[in-house]
Design a protein around this ligand. Sequence first.
Ligand SMILES: NC(=O)c1ccc[n+]([C@@H]2O[C@H](COP(=O)([O-])OP(=O)(O)OC[C@H]3O[C@@H](n4cnc5c(N)ncnc54)[C@H](OP(=O)(O)O)[C@@H]3O)[C@@H](O)[C@H]2O)c1
Length: 294
Amino acid sequence: MKPVLVIGKSGQMAQALAHVGGDGVVCIGRPEVDLLDGSSLMRAIESCQPGAVINAGAYTAVDGAESDPAMAHALNVTGPENLAGACAAHGLPLIHLSTDCVFDGEKPEPYVPDDKTCPLGVYGRSKLEGEVAVRGRAPHTLVVRVSWIFSRFGKNFVWTMLKLAQTRPSLTVVRDQLGCPTHAPALAEGLLEMARQAAAPGFEAWGVYHLAGRGEINRALMAQKIFEYSREIGGPFAEVIPIQTADYPTPAERPLNARLDMSETTRVFGVELPDWEAGLRETVDGLVEEFPAS
Ligand SMILES: NC(=O)c1ccc[n+]([C@@H]2O[C@H](COP(=O)([O-])OP(=O)(O)OC[C@H]3O[C@@H](n4cnc5c(N)ncnc54)[C@H](OP(=O)(O)O)[C@@H]3O)[C@@H](O)[C@H]2O)c1
């Protein structure tokens, strides 16, 4: 079977895809492949001869994008459009990752793919423009919106909480941001199954999908869970002081409701991610070695 080519190597999802996919996945990142260098994308496709391509490369600094909109646009719009062009030229399906940040978070229920988009910041706007750009350039595209990813790979909310707890007895964490935390290895398995189906002859269900962990929680309660598990195994922990987002201003506004409804993905692909809590235990177990309690 032909491999899946992943654009990105050092990032959280690229590492998770490599870990889960084994020999069936080829991750190529900089300097060999740069989203901004179309010829490097063509070379990667020609040398790998994949059956499908997953774009795990992006500008992901949500706050940083506010002061660097040109770079966010380059990596989240122009780069993916280059990649979509290369995939279209080779007749390859592209799975492009997007985000809950394309929504404003005002909806009381979890978001479905057809819901009205309304990004609150530069990052979300660039990712939304990227969705439109890749779909315009390559007809055989699956845009998969994901959210609140965590794992022992790379930096994420769990990593940040444990790191801060090494030096602080208490932490303020927002309690009014609600999401569906997603364990990166489980997400990687789901994405690889979608890629496998998209590469099969006769596949026609191109479009926008949502994929996130089952269950939901707010950031403050998630932090408490992280510290509960960490404490059990001798890792760092801190008291969590829940606050309102309004009392913790950041350069970029986040959607208060980041929950993604994956039922359409389950209906079309038979893919459903497990509850995030099992993945959280595994992640804390893995990270505690990196962050011994002081
Ligand atoms: N993390 C989350 O909670 C979250 C939530 C919603 C959506 N997403 C989306 O999920 C995707 C993966 O996110 P992540 O958490 O894995 O991000 P990440 O850990 O920040 O990794 C970013 C990736 O982008 C690659 N990259 C950066 N500049 C590049 C360039 N010029 N050319 C090629 N690749 C480049 C990096 O590759 P190298 O350094 O290896 O070159 C790295 O693999 C992104 O599309 C992101 O928007 C993530």
